[in-house]
Design a protein around this ligand. Structure first.
Ligand code: APR
Length: 285
């Protein structure tokens, strides 16, 4: 279980409350750390070091049957844990900040949909969503839970054990990988892929532009629970800094963007966001 709590620092809370003052149009950029308290571990530790086995590469998934068999074997177990996770108090606090008209847009690198489950409405799932499956030929999108049922029927020996990862991967015994049966698309027989952006693939240009537009129209950026190690998220921190937008970050560790960020709160988001939200609400006349 990841470490997710320590005493909040009074100065940190005041600092963050000051950042929120007068803001009406914030962009939130979130990462795996915000879901740590929901029981979904992060990819990297507080120093930004990768803690998992090698993630699947987009090209391998497309070109190798064995890579797809291995993916679905592991994902069968990992998906169950992600699907049953509940939003953390940080997800709820961000949803409330949207209702209070302080946050306008949430951009998340997470594929777990916990922002939406907490009630956030204007969310960009930068790296896609794990609760959907897409056919790589006809592009039909279907619910992940339907595929889970088919996988179980085709592979009765599949287990639901193993350490899980934020992308729905899980460490399970792989001795039976060659016999894994993977269902094709029911519509066209094509290859099914989780509707997420794997390593080695790109976020679409139109989505990146929507985020840039959101930053242009914002009065600042709040970054929560991301190491910013991956360019996909880091570029938005860099862009916000180039546009001279005020930036705050909540993270118990170091991030790649720290030199660009004026308000750095070294803490766990569940210890910081709910009390600051309470202060903001109680200070409204
Ligand atoms: N509150 C806030 N931050 C936390 C918490 C917490 N409770 N717990 C951990 N963190 C921080 C860690 O210190 C770390 O900096 O969350 C960060 C998690 O970083 P990563 O695991 O690198 O996650 P993220 O930045 O979202 O990864 C980006 O990398 O592997 C790819 O595509 C994947 O979307 C992912 C991308």
């Amino acid at each position: 279980m990841p470490e997710t709590s320590k005493q909040p620092d009074r100065n940190g809370l005041q600092h963050l409350q000051g950042f929120f003052e007068g803001k009406r149009n914030l962009v939130v950029l979130s990462g795996a750390g915000i879901s740590a308290a929901s029981g979904i571990p992060t990819y990297r530790d507080k120093a930004g070091n990768w803690t998992r086995s090698n993630p699947i590469q987009h090209q391998d998934f497309i070109s190798k049957k064995s890579a797809r068999q291995r993916y679905w074997l592991r994902s069968y177990s990992g998906w169950t844990a992600v699907a049953s996770a509940a939003p953390s108090s940080s997800h709820h606090a961000i949803a409330e900040l949207e209702r209070q008209k302080i946050v306008k847009l949430v951009v998340t690198q997470n594929v777990d949909r916990l922002h939406q489950y907490a009630g956030s409405r204007n969310v960009i799932d930068l790296h896609g969503r794990l609760d959907e499956v897409i056919c790589m030929s006809c592009l039909r999108v279907t619910p992940r839970h339907a595929l889970q049922t088919k996988l179980r029927l085709l592979n009765p020996s599949f287990s639901q054990q193993g350490d899980i990862a934020p992308d729905g991967d899980a460490d399970v015994a792989e001795d039976s990988v060659v016999s894994v049966a993977v269902p094709p698309c029911e519509n066209c027989g094509g290859i099914l892929k989780p509707n997420v952006v794997f390593f080695g693939d790109n976020v679409s240009k139109s989505i990146v532009q929507r985020v840039y537009d959101g930053i242009d129209n914002s009065d600042g950026m709040l970054i929560v629970g991301t190491s910013l190690k991956v360019f996909s998220g880091y570029r938005f921190c860099r862009y916000a800094a180039q546009q001279r937008k005020p930036i705050a970050s909540i993270n118990p560790g170091l991030t790649r963007g720290d030199e660009l960020i004026q308000t750095i709160i070294r803490g766990y988001s569940d210890d910081v966001l709910p009390p600051v939200l309470e202060r903001i609400i109680s200070s409204v006349p």
